[in-house]
Design a protein around this ligand. Structure first.
Ligand code: C2E
Ligand code: MG
Ligand code: MG
Ligand code: MG
Length: 283
């Protein structure tokens, strides 16, 4: 009996793997079709100067406008995209679309920083610095307005190759910042190895800032660290005024979070944040 149930378990396990593979292949095919049908869209979330509320930039965040399921969050499909054949094409589309939008804003007199998240595959395969240069050339965006957001896993695989790419991108004048800072295993060692331009403090530390002294200590130390290293620092995930005020007192200059604005379609972002002073007076 024991043998039979073991064998049964084995079969069940194989079934589970087969089903998972099937789900994955289905989703990959759906994602490829979605790209064909232009179902992906970039949302934009404002980044502000905390002390005076001035808009300084936006982070571009991808959404899938599924005809049936509605808006699908990147957490649900980016992990699949990142290891599927459409990964490179999707990454180029994100870069191109974000740069084109920011360039249009720039031409209308709103010089903003645009944050673009990079995928692991972009750093590994091909010529990322070349793609970035092309996106800048095609859009006409100032290189200094572009900020690429990388996470620790991106640098993990081939440190030497990554550093090379890193330097080539910075030579263009483009900034590179460390996203989700503090959540990885080797955040500090990367600060030493890579000439980063800034840090984004992960929202898992910002969220509990007021209630949890440990979180406050971590955030305060990260702000101090970034200043001593000459890096810019922005706090992610600010959901209320009290947290924003506390961050200002801790010396954090920039912030992003639902309190200032959720990620939103470009048109909404423009209506809410890019109305000209003259138009605002009329309104
Ligand atoms: P991320 O780059 O760390 O982006 C910040 C995430 O925090 C976004 O989730 C944003 O909506 C969310 N967020 C911002 N403020 C708040 C807040 O006050 N409270 C809470 N609870 N959440 C807040 P989103 O848009 O779902 O994106 C999730 C992740 O997916 C991103 O994390 C990024 O790693 C990835 N991602 C999104 N767009 C792209 C993309 O175009 N390319 C790549 N490679 N990855 C992307
Ligand atoms: Mg990001
Ligand atoms: Mg982040
Ligand atoms: Mg994240």
């Amino acid at each position: 009996r024991a043998k039979a149930s073991k064998r049964g378990g084995h079969v069940l396990f194989e079934d589970a793997i087969r089903r998972e593979l099937q789900t994955r292949l289905t989703l990959e095919a759906e994602l490829a079709a979605a790209a064909e049908h232009d179902e992906f869209e970039l949302f934009y979330q404002p980044q502000l100067h905390l002390a005076d509320g001035r808009l300084i930039g936006a982070e571009a965040l991808i959404r899938w406008r599924h005809p049936v399921r509605g808006l699908v969050s990147p957490a649900e499909f980016m992990p699949i995209v990142n290891t599927s054949p459409i990964s490179e094409r999707m990454a180029e589309w994100v870069l191109d679309t974000a740069c084109a939008k920011a360039a249009a804003w720039e031409r209308s007199g709103h010089k903003l920083r645009i944050g673009v998240n990079l995928s692991p595959s972009q750093f590994q395969s091909g010529d990322l610095a070349g793609s970035v240069a092309q996106a800048l050339a095609r859009s006409g965006l100032s290189p200094t307005s572009l900020e690429l957001e990388i996470t620790e896993d991106i640098l993990l695989h081939d440190e030497k190759g990554a550093l090379n790419t890193f330097l080539k991108i910075q030579e263009l004048g483009v900034r590179i910042v460390f996203d989700d800072f503090g959540t990885g295993f080797a955040s500090l060692s990367y600060l030493k190895k890579f000439p980063l331009d800034g840090l984004k403090i992960d929202r898992s530390f910002v969220f509990g800032l007021l209630a949890n002294p440990d979180d406050a200590a971590i955030v305060s130390s990260t702000i101090g660290l970034s200043k001593q290293l000459g890096l810019s620092v922005i706090a992610e995930g600010i959901e209320d005024r009290a947290t924003a005020d506390f961050l200002v007192r801790m010396g954090c200059e920039e912030g992003q979070g639902y309190f200032f604005g959720r990620p939103m379609p470009a048109r909404d972002f423009e209506a809410k944040f890019l109305i000209t002073p003259a138009a605002a007076e009329v309104a």
